[in-house]
Design a protein around this ligand. Structure first.
Ligand SMILES: C[S@@+](CC[C@H](N)C(=O)[O-])C[C@H]1O[C@@H](n2cnc3c(N)ncnc32)[C@H](O)[C@@H]1O
Length: 276
């Protein structure tokens, strides 16, 4: 009963947050560099994140798991300014923060989602059926394409809505619908679920998907990789149950190390279409 009430309250808070977040406020909050460069990665340690409340030593986003808090923060950091842009979301599900920010900042949001009936064709400005391997729009339709907590599922073996897809094919399809120079933004949890390269946190393998002939300005961010002074977020036994089915290319020792030491963090990937 108490758990059900808590969950209802969280869902109302999440909805309220999505309805009330303003592009101007997000722009102000995320205008200064919020990361630290570590090798060729942008690292957003919790203690330096604009969402960290130093007095209370907690994340100021009051709903969601530690991962979802980072998802929210990174959406605000990356998607607050879409003025006059045609923007496509892949796998939009039910979370509307990005859609609201895009529309409020003067952009046009369109979405594709494989869980919808195939008969629901998407139109510019609306959502409908489609997925990363089959985007029912003309070449060069969008200024920006993005996906929130979707990328890791595209090639996942156990996912039921779409057959496991090849990442190279998906990126080619995304590139096709992007205008020359158009931007891509994706996020995915690391050490959580989905395709094995995300469970294992294999950044070289993930980065290698973005071939220089097709993509430029590739930026990888790590949110909550350094979670101090906030709590670690170990993958639950429930999510780890799926791992043996997904993980086939790594040694038992490598898997054991991740099982033992992992704390879930958020990867974001930004790139723009090159080769035009
Ligand atoms: C964990 S949910 C995230 C939903 C929403 N974006 C959010 O942040 O709450 C994963 C989403 O990715 C979608 N998805 C799975 N495979 C996909 C694919 N191949 N192309 C596009 N979306 C896909 C799912 O249907 C689902 O809506």
């Amino acid at each position: 009963m108490i758990a059900a009430m808590h969950s209802k309250l969280q869902s109302i808070t999440k909805r309220w947050y999505s309805l009330t977040t303003r592009p101007g406020k997000a722009k102000q909050q995320w205008s200064a560099p919020y990361w630290q460069d570590i090798d060729d990665i942008r690292d957003i340690a919790c203690k330096r994140c604009p969402k960290f409340n130093k007095g209370r030593r907690e994340c100021s986003i009051s709903f969601g798991t530690p991962l979802r808090k980072c998802v929210v923060a990174s959406i605000e950091a990356h998607l607050h300014d879409s003025q006059q842009l045609n923007v496509l979301e892949l796998g939009f599900g039910r979370f509307t923060l990005a859609r609201n920010l895009i529309r409020r900042s003067g952009g046009t949001w369109t979405g594709v989602e494989p869980r919808l009936p195939k008969s629901r064709r998407p139109r510019i400005g609306h959502g409908g059926y489609g997925h990363a391997g089959e985007i029912p729009f003309e070449n060069a339709s969008f200024d920006r394409v993005f996906g929130i907590q979707s990328l890791e599922h595209w090639g996942q073996k156990a996912y039921t809505a779409v057959e496991p897809l090849n990442y190279a094919d998906c990126l080619q399809e995304i590139r096709r619908v992007l205008k020359p120079g158009g931007a891509l933004y994706l996020d995915a949890p690391i050490h959580f679920h989905g395709h094995e390269m995300f469970i294992m946190g294999d950044l070289p393998r993930i980065r290698a998907l973005f071939t220089p002939s097709a993509w430029k300005d590739v930026v990888i961010e790590r949110w909550r990789f350094d979670h101090q002074p906030l709590e670690a977020y170990p993958p639950s036994a429930k999510v780890q149950k799926e791992w043996p089915l997904e993980i086939t290319s790594y040694s038992p020792e490598e898997v054991e190390r991740v099982q033992r030491d992992a704390s879930v963090w958020l990867l974001t990937l930004s790139a723009s279409r090159s080769g035009d």
